[in-house]
Design a protein around this ligand. Sequence first.
Ligand code: GLN
Length: 244
Amino acid sequence: MKKILVLMLLVFAVFAFSFSAYAETYVVGTSAGFPPFEYVEDGEIVGFDMDLITEIGNRQGFEVEFRDISFDSLIPALTTGSIDIIAAAMTITEERAEVLDFSDPYYSANQAVLVHEDSEEGLTILFGDNDIGVQTGTTGDIWVQDHLVEPGILTGNVRNYDSFVLVIRDLANQNIDGVVLDKPVGETYSQGNPVKVVAEIITGEEYGMAVAQGNDELLEKINAGLEEVREDGTMDELIEKYFE
Ligand code: GLN
């Protein structure tokens, strides 16, 4: 009897070991200067997107490992295969969808205009000879180019940064006059920095996770996991944890 028990335990241990050894680990790329979606805390990459993709993985049998890279390097990293998934509050756009595959949308957002907390300017900061900071390659960057620079509404400089952490630092130090970025992130930054949201630009964006084009197997897992996370209340818990 004892022998059988030992044997059963052994079989179980081998099974458990091989199961964990075979659970696929995907490299998730993000740009961790985008709180509360992704940020660095005690040297670790954490946030809404990290929890979300971890929960999806738990339900769909994969593990994740995070890599912090600049936002405009995420798409090249995905197309060259150095990462498997982008989880970076990335807006689903037609241009991006030409080079990668997006999951179902998981969050909606607009753009916002930020100024220094002592500033009396509002939306007008975007007109005339002011310096506006953006994170390179973001929808905020593209919006500023298309709607302000090209029509000649903004005549000052557009300052491009690799990370919003540096954009906000320069705004706090009054090295730039205004910033355009996703509203939920603008609101989060305004809580711990001398900056404030003064206007909203209705862009109606939706965030999706992304995989390399044609990676249907992984995309299906992400979409199925997203649905599970929505249905079992985990999504609501995450929204409460990070936004309320
Ligand atoms: N949602 C914006 C975009 O997709 C900004 C994302 C980000 O900076 N992480 O361009």
